[in-house]
Design a binder for this molecule. Sequence first.
Ligand code: G3H
Ligand code: ZN
Length: 286
Amino acid sequence: SLVTTGELLTRAAATRTALAAFNIITLEHVEAVVAGAEAAGAPVVLQVSENAVKFRYGRLLPLARAAVAAAERAAVPVALHLDHIQSDALLRQAPDAGFSSVMYDASALPYAENLAATRAAADWAHAQGLWIEAELGQVGGKDGRPALDAHAPGARTDPAEARAFVADSGVDALAVAIGSVHAMTTRTAALDHDLLKRLAAALDVPLVLHGSSGVPDDELRAAVTGGITKVNVGTALNIAMTGAIRGFLAAHPEAVDSRTYLSVGREAMARTVEQLITVLAGTAPA
Ligand code: G3H
Ligand code: ZN
């Protein structure tokens, strides 16, 4: 069923688990995320990034309509979220397209400008009944931007600054920079658990981990224990899909029907979704 991100996050926070949010790009991603969540028996977030909209010829609705239809028919609760939005025009399409939440990303701007832009976005979002996430500190690795040096200003989220940012902007959740990096293809990220602890103590909104594909299972579990409530995963699905398709096509050079390899890619993504949700729900077999 289609539900709101806000209610799923409230439930995740209450049960001290984390809500998994997967970036969808194709219809196969949509179907795989829903199938994986159903197999795990847990709720999930389908999120569409501004970059994914750019890939879809700049149009949100075709993918959004597919996601709404899949969510409505899902055997588990599914919410729709707009991810890494910088365009105000795209932000404003959220309610009509079926999204209950947005991540407004002005994190590359200096503090004062990030705050002003985020506050305006939050005021608008709340007037629409939307839940809004923002980012302070830079997770890095997006759009070819390198991950900042860990000691560079802005590479990590400062707890006192974060507390003021949340209070002054009115956002409902905060993406924090604690050592993960976007688009990693190895699961080798080491998180700053001491910083996470201080952030969790300083803030009373749900904390969001971005760039989670590069974070190993044990680090993810520790992050959930430390106060992360939403875990964003994108690259892991592409690794699964592309690897499975590459293997299938290498083994079947005669294949032409796109369904033969897309189904293999979709199945690989669904297994990845199920595994990650199981880790976050703390139900993974030891
Ligand atoms: O907002 C999306 C996530 O941060 C995805 O990051 O592709 O590195 O898993 P990832
Ligand atoms: Zn992200």
